[in-house]
Design a protein around this ligand. Structure first.
Ligand SMILES: Cc1cc2nc3c(=O)[nH]c(=O)nc-3n(C[C@H](O)[C@H](O)[C@H](O)COP(=O)(O)OP(=O)(O)OC[C@H]3O[C@@H](n4cnc5c(N)ncnc54)[C@H](O)[C@@H]3O)c2cc1C
Length: 417
């Protein structure tokens, strides 16, 4: 058995999740998961809830065990971009880049379908990918061309709307989507609520010949298979998995009249991002690059250093609105910027769908379906998603840019240790 109780990390929930009760005291017989299941999914974010949904739809007796409550992690704290465009900036094998972008496209389509008709702030207004200078502009223009090659009607603009005049130029990608991630998560989870056990922190996994013993705070259960959908926390239960905890910060200001911002935007290689949510509030996030060495680990406190940049960003956009919330969340970063989806090498009953870096809303829903296909049909996910692409002993990355392969380590110690 290995692992530590993630409830010890403390931290308040994002403001829009505040007030959700946390399980305390002994749970009743009814609040306990069954003693034996086909599959125990650990982690109640977009990845875990999506896997649970797929497994139950395929007829498996599956449960979801969540240390706090569904949405406590990054899914309840993110900015709600459903991004596909960034993949067109990725360097490397064009076929692989095309396959990743295609996964993101299918993810968006299927997620939108699952959320259709529900009040979860879903919109597809397209998104801006903005360049801060001529060098980045060349990258953005190339990304637009690649997207067009994949039949995405992206356009490159040297003249930008007034509010974006501080930027050099930009690409407009019509497929960009946005959503209230916590509401979306709750909507996806609602039909399967009976199989979800909040306040159940898995503290250890003991694989044996007939299954896996899953140890929780008040006893154990037996599972044929276990899925780790634990994002940045995954190495606590599977220490060999190269995922690093990286902090991201956001502020929300407003409300402002609808249409104050035309569509979501990201700039400076994704280091800055902002959008106006359906309730009128403007979210501004990013600027991790201004404090890279601080923005690692599991801390959930926003910092003055990053929040000052978010404030300045609001002013540069010409928005004078009160800041109503500031928060932080923990992302799980991998060495190549892609998630790990598949069976853990040498541990045939333990699977992972984690490490979504800065873009889980854009990939996790469909990645979960790929993982479920592995469990139910024995069909492995594409090689570029499988955990074994990282040889044993691969170090987790250090503070990194969204969606990009990692630069060499910049600090003597690995984050999260
Ligand atoms: C500030 C910020 C902004 C972001 N903006 C965007 C964005 O705009 N668009 C986008 O696509 N992505 C964004 N992301 C990234 C995105 O939020 C994540 O990629 C995604 O939510 C990951 O989902 P997940 O289900 O893998 O993990 P999480 O949502 O983190 O869920 C993991 C869950 O596992 C639980 N857990 C951990 N250990 C245990 C255990 N031992 N036992 C039981 N439960 C456990 C945790 O409590 C947690 O609820 C952002 C992230 C942050 C922090």
């Amino acid at each position: 058995m290995a692992g530590a109780d993630p409830r010890n990390d403390g931290g308040d929930p994002a403001p829009w999740a505040a007030g959700t009760p946390v399980m305390t005291g002994p749970r009743s017989h009814w609040q306990r998961p069954p003693a034996r299941v086909d599959c125990a999914v650990v982690g109640g974010g977009i990845a875990g809830v999506s896997v649970l949904r797929c497994l139950l739809e395929r007829g498996l007796a599956a449960v979801l065990l969540e240390a706090r409550w569904c949405g406590f992690g990054a899914t309840g704290r993110n900015a709600g971009f459903i991004d596909g465009a960034s993949w067109y900036r990725r360097s490397g094998d064009p076929d692989e880049v095309g396959a990743i972008a295609e996964l993101a496209r299918i993810n968006h389509a299927h997620l939108a379908e699952a959320l259709a008709g529900h009040d979860v702030g879903y919109l597809q207004r397209g998104a801006w990918m903005l360049a801060v200078d001529a060098t980045e502009a060349a990258e953005v223009e190339a990304a637009v061309e690649r997207a067009r090659g994949a039949s995405i009607g992206a356009t490159y603009h040297r003249t930008l709307p007034d509010r974006l005049r501080g930027y050099h130029s930009g690409g407009l990608f019509p497929d960009g989507g946005e959503v209230h991630s916590l509401r979306a998560l709750r909507r996806l989870a609602a039909p399967w609520a009976e199989a979800i056990y909040p306040g159940f922190a898995v503290v250890g996994l003991g694989a044996h010949a007939h299954g896996v013993t899953v140890a929780g705070p008040e006893g154990e259960l037996e599972a044929d298979q276990v899925v780790l959908a634990t994002n940045a926390y995954t190495p606590r239960l599977a220490p060999d998995v190269p995922i690093a905890a990286v902090r991201g910060q956001i502020l929300a200001a407003g409300p402002l009249p609808p249409g104050t911002l035309d569509r979501p935007a990201g700039a400076d290689h994704g280091w800055q991002y902002w959008r106006q949510a359906a309730d009128g509030h403007v979210l501004v996030g990013g600027y991790r690059d201004r404090a890279l060495l601080e923005e690692v680990g599991f801390g959930l406190e926003p910092t003055a250093r990053v929040q000052e940049h978010l404030d300045a960003h609001l002013r540069r956009l010409g928005l004078a609105a009160p800041v109503v919330a500031r928060w932080a969340g923990t992302m799980g970063f991998t060495p190549d910027g892609l998630p790990l989806v598949g069976t853990l090498p040498g541990r045939p009953r333990i699977h992972v769908v984690a490490g979504f870096n800065g873009g889980g809303m854009g990939l996790a829903f469909e990645s979960a379906r790929l993982l479920a296909a592995q469990l139910v049909d024995g069909v492995a996910p594409p090689a570029w998603l499988r955990p074994e692409r990282f040889p044993s002993g691969t170090a987790p990355p250090h503070a990194a840019r969204p969606h990009e392969a990692q630069p060499p380590p910049v600090a003597p110690e690995a984050p999260g240790r």
